[in-house]
Design a protein around this ligand. Sequence first.
Ligand code: GLN
Length: 286
Amino acid sequence: MKQNSRLDFAQARSLIIGELSSAGITNPLLEADMILSSLLCVTRAYLYTHPEKILPGTFQRSLSGILSRRKQREPLQYILGFTEFYGYRISVGHGCLIPRPETELLVEYALEKLGGDYFLDWGTGSGCISVAMLKEKTSASCMSVDMSSLALSWAWKNMKSHCLIDRCLLWHSSSLQDMPVEDLSLDLIVSNPPYVKSDVIEDLMPEVQIFEPRIALDGGHDGLSLCFQLLGWCARKLKRDAYVLVEIGGPDQAEILKNHQFPGLYLEDIINDLSNIPRMLSWRRV
Ligand code: GLN
């Protein structure tokens, strides 16, 4: 991009769309709007209603930086530093999984199934699930656990910016055994564990495969190793009739879990996402 040419908003948008398209980015129109509105701190509507406004020179330099990172296929959410999840702004960057829209479904069901006030969010990553649930249910508190200290630093940032730090215990652990959870103490467990099969990670889009943390994606040979650990451990920690809700990767995983009996747990529901793919399972403590 030429630094000395004066671009108006409409020209800047066309330039961004052209550069992103040539780099093979699939949704260049949306991304162009996101880049410009976040850079200029204005709404998308403002961009459309003020196409003749000139982009200040300093923004043109920032724009060059953003485009060169995005053309390397770094996720836009990492570059801008945030994403939206369940209507809340979640800070994200290297070391945490970018919250996906499918996971909003998990939050919706978790809120529905949360009978009491205390829940465990296992594999919290950016903390997006905990943030959304604590914001929606103001009497609730939680323990949010992750095996990555880098991810937990994002969760901490998000708890802090949403003023939730006093309602959440952030716990760094890769072992279920060393978590301070009393027997029969939990009203709900919610988890979006790593569930991608190890051998398909190489086939994922570059944004995911190169930039997102493998530790947050890799669920072992069938994608279910973390899920099995959790379901084998959790029954005695849950109160009677409390639920455990887990996000999964699709029909194969649903089938495996459906055919497995976890002591103390009754499989109640398999819920499909908006693309009609089995995305979430819920068990009740019996
Ligand atoms: N939904 C993510 C993806 O397909 C995976 C998230 C996870 O493993 N929990 O990229």
